[in-house]
Design a protein around this ligand. Sequence first.
Ligand SMILES: [Zn+2]
Length: 397
Amino acid sequence: MVASPAARPDAIRRHNLALVLGHIHRDGALTRAELTQRLRVSRSTMGALVADLLELGLVGEVVPNGGSSVGRPSHVVGPHDRGPYVVAVDIDVTHVVTAAIGLGGDVLARQLVPTGPAASEPETAARIVVESVERVSRATGRSAPPLTVGVSVPGTVDLESGHIAVAPNLEWHDIAFGALLTDALPEHTRVRIGNDADLAVFAEHLRGAARGFDDVVYLLGRTGVGAGIVVDGRPLRGYDGYAGEIGHNVIDSSGPPCHCGKHGCTETYIGEGALLARAGRPLPPTDEAVSRFFTDARSGDASAVGAVRDVAEPLGRTIGTLVNTLNPQRVLLGGTLSHMLDLARPEIEAAVSHYAVETPGRSVELIQPAFGTDSPLLGAAELAFADLLSDPLIAGG
Ligand SMILES: [Zn+2]
């Protein structure tokens, strides 16, 4: 929505600059004509907005040649190829993935540091993050430091301070991780931290498989299991930010022990450990062991195929509970659950139908994320870009 004329001129300008940059960030290069149409402003207003963004070093513009037919070709405006970038970090039990990401979502450089299988201490994770941020920043070939470092963690996070109340599988409790990282990174580096499933649904809702859908759940399965939830187009976080911690809903209190201290939590039935355990494979899970498990399941290995079938039922039941609680239009299955959908869709759908109360003739759509295992990482990048996208003038200092 273009700002109303009643607003102050500088507020209108900031608002419209944010709109233009948002379109270019989400959709890539667009012609001035397309931008003019999308914002419903005059050509001269768009000219002035693009000039501002060019001056801020946020966009670049090319004039397509070969337009010998009628009329002048419209200039194409896209993310500046030497513009600002953020560094996104995805911390999980088994790895730390770090990527430098430019406006428009281009991954400029990335690296993976395997960790685990034992949980890392917060100080160790912070050290890996600091070294990785330095390395991927250097690999961009850009002299400027990252605008912001956005971090995804498998735990409950205070978005303002980056304080982690609990990350059960990392065995972190009451950790001031935001402060720890801010102290360890170069001075003036901004840090934003979010929950992995929340960030995954954020990325997919903004620019992936959930775009245009206002009631969506992203069920993320890794060592742990969590849900990122969008209701009426808005993220559902809950009073303390715990909404979506469904991995710790108890299915059977006489079930296997969980990292959270309880027994029989959902993630002990559908997390990576459950798959490997049912196939008789060693625990705790590593990235390599999980990847080998799914390769074996695809090639028909009996124990792996059996484990996938066993896990399909509690997975479908978990989705059924989400459907009954939230009535989403789409449920995205990410992480290892994405492989599960590939291998056992009929079994999962049968269990969902059994447990969910649904409108006759309309079932919830189970789909794979557009960004594969990168949804939390790209969500962390979006979190890191949020300040710039809401006020592009901050790029001018
Ligand atoms: Zn638990």
